[in-house]
Design a protein around this ligand. Structure first.
Ligand SMILES: Nc1ncnc2c1ncn2[C@@H]1O[C@H](COP(=O)(O)OP(=O)(O)O)[C@@H](O)[C@H]1O
Ligand SMILES: [Mg+2]
Length: 256
């Protein structure tokens, strides 16, 4: 499986807050992402990051032109989406949760079980396939959610601040797994975060968004070598340069 390109032109989203009030969430977003690129979308809280992912996933109406591998939102059933909030079903085992993403796509029970276990094995959770979400640590549950989002080999993966609730070391180790899975699959990925260091450490490119209504105000190529150690890379000179360069753009938005 490999990735698909994304092309967004003049994307605008407005929410109707009350009968008469409209909230502009996204304002004239232009963004082209080539197949296989890992792009971080960085911006302050409320700038429209989740809104952008929800447009791509086909969940909400929008104005403008959006295509993913020549198809508009809502016409792809193969996108992987890792949500900000936990989406593991508490009454299902980890294997059954991971297999769920295949179940909704009509894959038979035996194939689901085999593939879910293989995926959990790859993430070091082989011994926990039959455990329930409440029986495992936050990091393990997050890995299972990652497995669930990637099990069907999606050509595009959307990740919405997925690791915010994890402690720093667990987070780094789950991020490392994510990078490895994406490198192997070749999928295109949009990683939403409000964390500058995380954006740089993971991505090929950082898109900086303004405070609401969200606009693209910066586009930075992150040419740090891969494979990357997400912790080690933060101590390099090049990383510090990206940090200064992007922070100078972001600071006005965070304070505003
Ligand atoms: N369903 C909704 N109805 C009205 N306003 C909304 C709705 N969803 C989001 N918003 C508003 O749109 C803006 C962008 O939201 P969101 O995309 O969730 O931002 P982010 O993910 O960057 O924090 C915010 O100001 C938010 O309050
Ligand atoms: Mg959000």
């Amino acid at each position: 499986m490999s990735g698909i390109p994304i092309d967004i032109q003049g994307l605008e989203v407005r929410y109707r807050a009350q009968e008469t009030n409209e909230v502009a969430a996204l304002d004239r977003i232009d963004l082209s992402v080539p197949a296989g690129e890992l792009v971080a979308i960085l911006g302050p809280s409320g700038c429209g990051k989740t809104t952008m992912l929800n447009v791509l996933a086909g969940f909400i109406p929008y104005a403008g032109r959006v295509t993913m591998g020549d198809r508009p939102p809502g016409r792809r059933r193969d996108i992987g989406y890792l949500f900000q909030r936990d989406t593991l079903l508490p009454w299902r085992s980890l294997a059954s949760n991971v297999g769920f993403a295949l179940e909704v796509r009509g894959v038979d029970a035996h194939t689901r079980a085999v593939q879910a276990r293989a995926m959990l094995d790859r993430l070091g959770l082989g011994g926990f396939a039959d455990a329930y979400p409440h029986e495992v640590s936050g990091g393990m549950a997050k890995r299972a959610a990652l497995a669930q989002a990637l099990i069907h080999s999606p050509p595009l993966v959307l990740l919405d601040e997925p690791f915010g609730a994890l402690d720093a070391f667990t987070r780094a180790s789950v991020e490392q797994d994510l990078l490895q899975l994406l490198a192997q699959s070749g999928a295109t990925a949009l990683f939403v975060t409000h964390n500058l260091q995380e954006a740089i450490a993971l991505s090929d490119r950082v898109i900086v968004m303004s405070a609401r209504p969200g606009r693209v105000i910066g586009d930075h190529a992150i040419d740090l070598a891969r494979p990357r150690d997400v912790l080690e890379v933060q101590y390099t000179e090049a990383f510090a340069r990206f940090e200064r360069e992007i922070w100078s753009q972001l600071r006005g938005q965070v304070v505003a």
